[in-house]
Structures are given as structure tokens and as C-alpha cells.
Design a protein around this ligand. Structure first.
Ligand SMILES: Nc1ncnc2c1ncn2[C@@H]1O[C@H](COP(=O)(O)OP(=O)(O)O)[C@@H](O)[C@H]1O
Ligand SMILES: [Mg+2]
Length: 244
């Protein structure tokens, strides 16, 4: 009988104790082989799940409006440099964590260029995509340009389609808020979007290079009241630029 370790024949002439020892050793061997197979299968399953998750994240990113250069950004994995960043990080994480709760407030991240507003705003979206949650990024101008293009005869979408698309996404990041609008109609569409999201109780993250005061003046009292009413948060990016 081939019951010795390695599937070798057992030498019966060496007595019962030897035979039993050989069989025990072989059984232990078989058990550990089985364990290894199970372990391999488990590892393979985990690898496939990770691959699927990566593909899903890549697909969500592709259609999220997040610019290519910020595709690798993450808010959760951000390593704050210095005390000022370290103080703000948990507040941003807390905002991101509460964003899917009913009636969650909007937020405003403001500060000088290069401080990482776009990086972390896009990072917040990517962190969501990794757990299968949706979100969208646009600049204020990107949105008004899309509205403008919707008036073209060959446009596949109407201005109402555009408005509804931007209004219905669970989290919308609007970057570069504060640039002057080129036309009154653009301004109206911008405020209609904010209003529509407010009515739908969907949070918006505003990113801006303006100062606190300038931002308030730019969006006006109607928007400020809405932000305040929802408990909206102003988070200053009051540290050095990361651009060298
Ligand atoms: N927390 C961070 N970790 C890694 N890189 C960062 C971080 N914040 C900013 N950067 C990088 O610094 C540069 C400026 O950041 P950016 O987000 O564009 O600034 P802002 O939008 O405030 O003008 C970008 O290249 C960005 O990727
Ligand atoms: Mg920016």
C-alpha cells in the first residue's frame, strides 16, 4: 500500500508501529496539502475581488469628471504635513463620512492655489468609488460650458438634462468657484444647480481660491443662508502651497 509520506509504498516488514507511524505521517501530509489548496483558492478569490474593485474604481473615475492628473489622489490616505493640515483632516474625513446621510450639509474648502483643494476633493471622490459609491467633479465653468453646449442643434442633451444630471448625483464637487461668469444666463444656471441640489437635500463641496469674505459676496446671501441652514462648513486651507 502506498501510504508512506510522498505516496511511497509502506514497508510492512518493519513492524506494526512503523506502519502506523508511516500512515500518520502520510495523513498529516495530505491534510496540509489540502490546507494549502484551500489557502490558494482563498488567495485567488481575494485577488479576483481586488481586481474587480480596481476595475470598478477605474470605470467610475473615468466618468466622474475627475481630471487625469488627480486620478491617484485620496483623502483617506492623505498624510498631513504640519499641524494645520493635521487639524483639518479629521474634519474633512468626518464630512465625507456623513455625506450620504439624509439632509447632510454642503461644505466649502477655501484657500490659496496649490494647497491641495482639487487634490483632496478628487481624493474624496476616489475614496467613494473604491467602495462603490457615486460622485461627480466639475469646475463651475465646466458645468456652465456644458449647459452652453446643450443649446447646440446637434447636442445629445438638453440644458434640463445637464441640470438634472448635476443635480442628482449624491455628491458634487464644484471646483474653481469664484471666476466671473461670462454671461448672466451662466450665473443663473449656476445658482439654479445649487438651488436644485439644496431642494433635493444633496450635499455639494465647493472649492475656491477666494477668501472667506469674497466667497460670501460671490455666492450671495441666498446661497449663504442655505449653507448655514444645513450646517454647512467652511474649511480653510491655510497652509503652504504644495506646488514648488
Ligand atoms: N495632500 C496632498 N498629497 C499629495 N499631493 C498633493 C496634496 N495636495 C496637493 N498635492 C499636489 O500639489 C499640487 C497642487 O494641488 P492642487 O490640489 O492642484 O491645489 P489647489 O487645487 O488648492 O490649487 C498638485 O500637483 C497636487 O497633486
Ligand atoms: Mg485647484
Amino acid at each position: 500500500m502506498k501510504l508512506a509520506p510522498g505516496g511511497q509504498p509502506v514497508d510492512f516488514s518493519r513492524g506494526a508501529a512503523h506502519v502506523v507511524a508511516m500512515i500518520d505521517a502520510r495523513l498529516a501530509e495530505l491534510r496540509s496539502e489540502e490546507q494549502a489548496t484551500l489557502f490558494d483558492r482563498e488567495a485567488e478569490r481575494a485577488r479576483k475581488a481586488e481586481e474587480t474593485r480596481k476595475e470598478a474604481t477605474a470605470t467610475l473615475l473615468k466618468y466622474s469628471g475627475v481630471p487625469d492628473r488627480y486620478h491617484g489622489a485620496t483623502l483617506a490616505g492623505w498624510q498631513p504635513q504640519g499641524d494645520k493640515e493635521a487639524i483639518q483632516k479629521p474634519k474633512m474625513i468626518a464630512w465625507a463620512a456623513g455625506v450620504d446621510m439624509a439632509g447632510s450639509a454642503s461644505a466649502v474648502w477655501i484657500g490659496p492655489p496649490g494647497t491641495g483643494k482639487t487634490h483632496l476633493g478628487c481624493g474624496l471622490l476616489r475614496d467613494r468609488f473604491q467602495v462603490g459609491k457615486d460622485g461627480y467633479y466639475t469646475t463651475a465653468k465646466g458645468y456652465t460650458d456644458r449647459i452652453k453646449n446643450s443649446y447646440r442643434q446637434d447636442s445629445p442633451e438638453s440644458s434640463t438634462d445637464v441640470l438634472q444630471r448635476f443635480a442628482s448625483v449624491p455628491v458634487l464637487v464644484i471646483d474653481e468657484v469664484g471666476r466671473q461668469f461670462e454671461a448672466k444666463s451662466e450665473e443663473l444656471y449656476f445658482f439654479e444647480l445649487i438651488n436644485e441640489r439644496y431642494n433635493k437635500r444633496r450635499p455639494t463641496l465647493f472649492l475656491s481660491n477666494l477668501s472667506d469674505e469674497e466667497f460670501r459676496t460671490f455666492v450671495g446671501s441666498a446661497v449663504m443662508d442655505r449653507l448655514k441652514e444645513g450646517g454647512g462648513r467652511f474649511l480653510p486651507f491655510n497652509w503652504e502651497s504644495r506646488r514648488i
